[in-house]
Ligand binder design. Sequence first.
Ligand code: FES
Length: 506
Amino acid sequence: MNCSVIRYLGHAGFAVEHAGLRVLIDPWFHSAFLQSWFPWPDNSSARKIAETKFDYLYVSHAHEDHFDRRFLETLDKTTTILAPNYRSRGMLRRFNELGFANVVPLDHRQSFELADNFTATMFLDTSHKEDSGLMLEMDGFRFLDLNDCNTPMSELPDRVDLLAAQYSGAMWYPNCYDYPPEQMQQKVNAVREGLLDTLYRKVHLTHARAYLPSAGPACFLDPVLEKYNDPVKTIFPQWEDIAADFARACPSTDVLRLYPADGVEIAAGELRVSHSPDALREDDLASYRERRKDDWGSFYEGPETPIEASEVEDYFASLQRRNKPLLREFHKHIGISSGGRTWGVQLGKLAEDFVIEGEEPYDPEYVLIMSPRILRAILAGETGWEEALLSMRIDLHREPDVFDLTFMSLLRYGNEPAQTQQIMRERRNTETIERDGFRIQRFCPHAGEELAHATIADGILECPRHHWKWDVNTGRCIEGGTLPLKIEHIEKCGKASDPAMDLPSA
Ligand code: FES
């Protein structure tokens, strides 16, 4: 029987040793998303662990707080990559570009034997989102790293000994919107409750013996982003803010509160925490900001050049051409505001004049406000909308205040049309499940969560992932977004197996 060690590298990073082999997971040390996110607590003390030789590297997804390109460039290129095999092939392409020759693509629930009694199993978010978790089984001990991945609840493994998963937010909603303070706090609270509910479900479904808080929150060192460090007014609480809630909800699960460079030793299935003398347990954001000022300050390097209307037009024309199936029958007026200029963009239209510069020419339903530096980076393809929105450097306004899946998917995934095509497949999916006297579409119309674990009570169905809610009698979405749910009473429609249903169309 081998002794295994799991060292925490901060955020979602781990270094795992077992049977003489070493696996590096999600090492993140540089700033991410337009120099706005930084690991918190400061994990520089763990960097020397990550800089040693590893046999395997696993990076869960392409977000820059997981795929730290500058750090990955420094690694030995003979390291074998355990790569999530996404539809877009995006991760395989990235590792190829970095010069890694040994890449093992793994599909959802596919296992790979690293050594005798040492197995890695991939768990994908099977919707259009490209995210993944990894389970390492070491002499029967199961370490499940879900980071911020939402594998369908019905597909999670059980008998997990140690679960590492997100408890805090990693999203621009609602904090980048212009809600009045009271409404903002209500929305923040709702998101936080949803995140914790999702975490509790993961803990219960996996029967996790121990839980390791990880995968965030990041901190924001650029002084202009300081408000996003508030642990009450944002969706980014620290572990100590929610530890008591977790203890009440998951009383039989131990919590391992580790700092970067701390570790866990596993022998005969038992866990023992080993605290590192290098771990930085006392720190404050002001001194961290000072230590990393070259990094966050580099965002402001170089001149800001004004944007021309033709650049905006070329960009959106290309984006729309690449995502025609997604935009079929779609129309939306949005506003892009930058450097004192505003462009109205009529999405869904490809003829001339779909971009008009003016005051607020089309009373847009969605407005994105940002500096020319950010808009320039997006138009030039140096960053994507997903990354720019995650930077919290874009202010947002929408009227009406409802989530628009097609529009956000165009921005977030439009550079990888394989993802927007998958959204269309999800919309056409006709699979159903039966629960509590209802026949329901199997996958959530928002982001594909399997609805076998949905809550149905008081005439309302609630998805366990992002907590959208529907009226079970009409399928109308009453909270979260606008997409209807296909649902019907089994008794009312005759035989339970009768596939003919008069349902609202998605
Ligand atoms: S997957 Fe987002 S609400 Fe269901």
